[in-house]
Design a protein around this ligand. Structure first.
Ligand SMILES: Cc1cc2nc3c(=O)[nH]c(=O)nc-3n(C[C@H](O)[C@H](O)[C@H](O)COP(=O)(O)O)c2cc1C
Length: 186
């Protein structure tokens, strides 16, 4: 699969088969995060790799933040069950002090965003699936995994073989709506 194909065909995967993820494939996904560009090459990311069923079940539980989802009328995070079922869960964290800040822009979020896409594209290229889960109770999750309070947890990524062939994704806005040439135009 070439890069453009991988970018175009990647989908968020929220349901996983119980087929284990091969150690070499997991390693390749972790290496893809490692290879990402970052502010001043400071590589602020850290990852916790979780395989324990009990811990995955807790992470799944903590990915539902009732006060947040109530506004959408959701009774669970759409990715919640997949977190418990996936063979591996990656918890992507950042050391904000190991990245830049300028004019209110927190570059650790940019660093982690880029690393996240590397993670998901690598998974997809290997026949695996994943999804960025950005809603979770950070305090409970941090306590569960022993993550120090100065470290920010940015995303949870269940990783495994998709249970079904992912369907076409939600539509994207047309380029005419999101691209301006030479100058911003409403
Ligand atoms: C920062 C971020 C946070 C997200 N959080 C969640 C989440 O908590 N639960 C979930 O099911 N999907 C989550 N998603 C996945 C998006 O819903 C998904 O990427 C979007 O609908 C587009 O679908 P696609 O990834 O299949 O192209 C998140 C994506 C991003 C980038």
């Amino acid at each position: 699969m070439d890069t453009i194909d991988a970018i175009k065909t990647r989908r968020s995967v929220r349901k996983f088969s119980d087929t284990p993820v091969e150690a070499e494939k997991l390693q390749t996904v972790l290496e893809a995060v490692r290879a990402a560009p970052s502010w001043s090459n400071m590589q602020c990311w850290r990852m916790v790799v979780v395989k324990s069923p009990e811990t995955k079940a807790k992470i799944s539980e903590y990915s539902f933040v009732e006060s947040f989802f109530a506004t959408y009328g959701y009774k669970s995070n759409p990715a919640q069950k997949g977190i418990a079922d996936a063979p591996v869960v990656l918890v992507l964290c950042a050391l904000p002090g190991k990245s830049g800040e300028m004019g209110g822009q927190q570059y650790y979020l940019t660093d982690i965003g880029i690393a996240s896409e590397n993670l998901m594209l690598a998974a997809h290229a290997l026949g695996l699936g994943s999804v960025f889960v950005g809603v979770f109770d950070e305090e409970k999750l941090g306590d569960l995994l022993g993550i120090p309070p100065e470290i920010r947890i940015v995303g949870i990524f269940p990783l495994g073989y998709p249970l079904t062939e992912p369907k076409a994704g939600p539509p994207r806005k047309p380029l005419e709506e999101i691209v301006y040439y030479e100058k911003w135009k409403e």
